[in-house]
Write a protein that binds this ligand. Sequence first.
Ligand code: FE2
Length: 425
Amino acid sequence: MTRQLSVRRTTIQGQRILENRLFDTRHLSEDLARPLSPEDMTVQAMEDASPTKWHLAHVTWFFETFILTKHLPGYRVFDETFNYCFNSYYESQGPRQPRPRRGVLTRPSAERVLAYRAHVDAGLADLFARGVETGSEIARLIEIGINHEQQHQELLLTDILALFAANPLRPAYRARRPHAVEPEPAAPGWSEFPGGLHRIGHDGAGFAWDNEAPRHDALVHPFRLADRAVTNAEWLEFMADGGYREAAHWLADGWTAVNREGWDAPLYWEKHDGQWLAMSLEGLLPVEHAAPVCHISYYEADAFARWAGKRLPTEFEWEIATQGISDAAIAPVAAEPRSLPADSPRQMFGAVWQWTLSAYLPYPGYRPPAGALGEYNGKFMVSQQVLRGSSCATPPGHTRATYRNFFYPHQRWQFMGLRLASEIS
Ligand SMILES: [Fe+2]
C-alpha cells in the first residue's frame, strides 16, 4: 500500500469514527426521551431545570447555528424563530427566551422538535458525505457538539427527576434496575498523597473543554483522601446529631439557606411512617444506607465535613488522587470503577459528582477561545464551586480525570455528593 493510500484510509476511518459517535449521541438523546409523553417533555419543574423538549431542540440548534449554517453550502435553516426559542445563553447569537420561562414553550410541539432534529441530522449526514477532514475545524466543532449534547443528556435526566419529584404521583422514569442491596460499608479508609508541585489539567490528548487547560503546576500540601464517597448512612448520622440545626457547622450563606429553604435532609428525601424515602429516576424508594449520599448543596457538603472534623478536597487534590487510576476504570457508567489498584480511592467516577473546596476559576494563562464558543465556559467563572468525577447519569464516554463541572453553592438538583479529605499533620 502506498503511503498516500494509507493516509487516506486513516482519514476515512477517523471520519467514520466521528460520524458514528455523532449519530450514536444524537440517537441516545431521543432514546432518553422515549419514555416521556409530550406533556412530560414540555413542563419546566423549576427555574434551573429545562424541559426535555427544550434540551432536544437546543442541542440541535447548536449544530445548526455553529456548524451547518457556516459550513454546509446551501443549508436551509429549519425555522427562523427557533434561534429565539432555543438559544441558551449566547449573547453573540441574539436575544432569547428567558431561562425561567422555557416551560411556556407549548409551541413548537414535541413532534415539530423531532422534525427539527431529523432536518439537522440530514444536514450533518450531508456534511459527512462531502467529507470531514480529521483534525479540521469542522471536525473540532462536531466534537464540541457531541460533548455539548452529552452534557445535555445528563441535564435531561436531572431535570426529569426534578419534574417527577414535583409530581404528586411520583412517577418512575424507568423500571427499577435489579441490583443487590449492599451492606453498610465500614468506616472509610484513607489514602495518603505527598505534597509538592503536581501537574494539573488536560495534557492535550483527546477532547477536553477549554476550562481544563492550560496544564500547569499546582502546589499541594500532603493530604489524605477518603477511599469512598460519604454514604446515606453517614448522612443519617449527621441528621440525627442535629447537623441541620447547629449553626456552628455552617457557612453563613449556608445557614441562611437552611433557614430560608427549611432544609432538614437532602433534596428529594421525604419521611413516610418514620422511614426516609428518596425520589429517584426509578420512583420513590427507601433510602439505601450503603449508597453515596446524593442531591446535596455545597453548603451541606461543607457542613457535613466540618461536623465530621474533616474538610472537602480541593479540585487539585481530587485530580491527583485519580492519577493512578487507569483509563479503563474511568470509562463506562458504573457505580464502581473497575481495575483499580488495591489502594486506590473508589467511586471517583460514575456514582456522584463530588463537591470540592475549589472556586471555579480560570487556570493560570487561561483565555476563552475566540468567537461565539468562547461564551461556553469562561463567562461563568465567578461564584461557583468545582465538582469533580461523574455521576450515575453521566453518559458513556463523557468522563475524564480533568473534567471540571461547576454549580452554584446552593444548587442540589444535580447528582451531587461528597468525599472527605484532611491534612496530614
Ligand atoms: Fe447548552
